[in-house]
Design a protein around this ligand. Structure first.
Ligand code: KG4
Ligand code: ZN
Length: 360
């Protein structure tokens, strides 16, 4: 059996300052997971401001790490190592985390593990459900949208992804266009529940293109045109117009994700142990139901980790660190923080960056 390992994880690649302690022996146990969000700090700017994010991480990381250790009931001397997100993400924030982790590792003599943020998301189903490789992961959030064949701790094959906006970003922009609150996903979903998805014929981009790449920015433009046409016609939009616009938009996103997921299952060239989904958009009931149906049709179990572990957190980083240590994957002492860091070097670069800055 694998030896028991307890790791401190640190995450600061976007707009969540997070630290967690995870212990893995027979199974895995999250001893603590602290996430301090920055939504309020960026609210006036319509997106994450990298400089503000970096400063907030630098100011808050110490306290968040202390809190995570306190909640776990452990001192720094009692952990077996420190895992830190070394990219991809907003470089100022990533550097804040890496510098702190380096300092803690140097002071304690504990091993330091550099973790790819996307690997943290991709390996989460093993933390929560202990599933075996290989599996198919759909990462779908405000900053990411990609299909990954997860074949090993350090073996990821990217099957496709968005070539422009991430779906969460499209939900957020839609909410903005319709004067709904941020984050847009839950607000648009609530409106859509009361709307007629058939009233507006929004496009389903790239369905005619082979493979699993997706595009969501045209959808947002179509919604803008539909809104402006209503305004030109009637001088404004009614409550029901807004609900119908949201319903039409959500149905289009759900269709694209469902059809491309079915295609990814066909094209992945393996028998996956599960179809897994992570990221904030996985909270959407309609999208989730469509993905469950796709998995059922393919005869593959569906797995979505609890939402607090689907969205950005440090438990996934600690866990990925444990997996890497167990697999004997070493972090070179001079590793660099990387704003871009694709999980699959062989896959062609994606053009999209996502609202929260450049992501691989
Ligand atoms: O994974 P996450 O918390 O953060 C990152 O983007 O890294 O995802 C947040 C995104 C936001 O864009 C938000 O609008 C979207 O997930 N989201 C949703 C829903 N809840 C959150 N999108 C659609 N439907 C939802 N219910
Ligand atoms: Zn993330």
């Amino acid at each position: 059996m694998d030896r028991t390992l307890t790791l401190l994880g640190i995450e600061s690649s976007c707009d969540d300052t997070a630290a967690a302690v995870v212990r893995a022996g027979g199974g895995a146990k999250i001893l603590s997971s602290v996430v301090l969000g920055q939504t309020a700090l960026h609210a006036d700017f319509g997106g994450v401001v990298p400089e503000i994010a970096a400063r907030a991480h630098a100011e808050r990381l110490d306290g968040v790490v202390e809190e995570a250790l306190a909640q776990a009931g452990l001192g720094l001397a009692e952990v077996d190592g420190i895992a830190v997100t070394a990219g991809p993400g907003l470089i100022g924030g990533v550097l804040s985390g890496v510098m702190l982790a380096r300092g803690l590792a140097a002071a304690t003599g504990k091993p330091l593990v550099a973790v790819n943020h996307l690997a943290g998301h991709a390996l989460t189903p093993r933390l929560t459900d202990g599933i075996a490789f290989p599996y198919l992961m759909l990462l779908v959030s405000g900053g990411h949208c990609q299909f990954l064949a997860v074949e090993g701790v350090d073996r990821f094959r990217r099957l496709g992804g968005t070539i422009d906006d991430a779906p969460g970003e499209a939900f957020d922009k839609t909410a903005k266009l319709l004067a709904l609150p941020q984050p847009g996903g839950p607000a648009v979903e609530a409106e859509a529940a009361l709307g007629d998805a058939k009233r507006f014929a929004f496009p389903r981009p790239l369905l005619d293109r082979e493979g699993c790449d997706m595009s969501f920015s045209g959808l947002k433009t179509a919604l803008l045109r539909a809104r402006d046409a209503l305004v030109a016609e009637k001088g404004g939009i009614t409550v029901q117009d807004r609900r119908d616009l949201c319903a039409g938009f959500q149905a289009a996103v759900a269709d694209v994700l469902a059809i491309k997921t079915a295609r990814a299952l066909e094209l992945c060239g393996m028998r996956p142990t599960a179809l897994c989904v992570a990221g904030g958009v996985a909270a959407n009931q309609m999208i989730r139901a469509r993905l469950v149906a796709v998995a059922e049709r393919a005869g593959v179990p569906f797995l979505a980790p609890p939402l607090r572990l689907c969205t950005d957190n440090a438990a996934m980083i600690a866990w990925a660190g444990i997996e890497r240590l167990r697999a004997g994957l070493e972090t070179p002492p001079d590793f660099a923080a990387r704003p871009r860091w694709p999980l699959d070097d062989r896959a062609p670069a994606l053009l999209g960056s996502g609202k929260k800055g450049a992501k691989a």
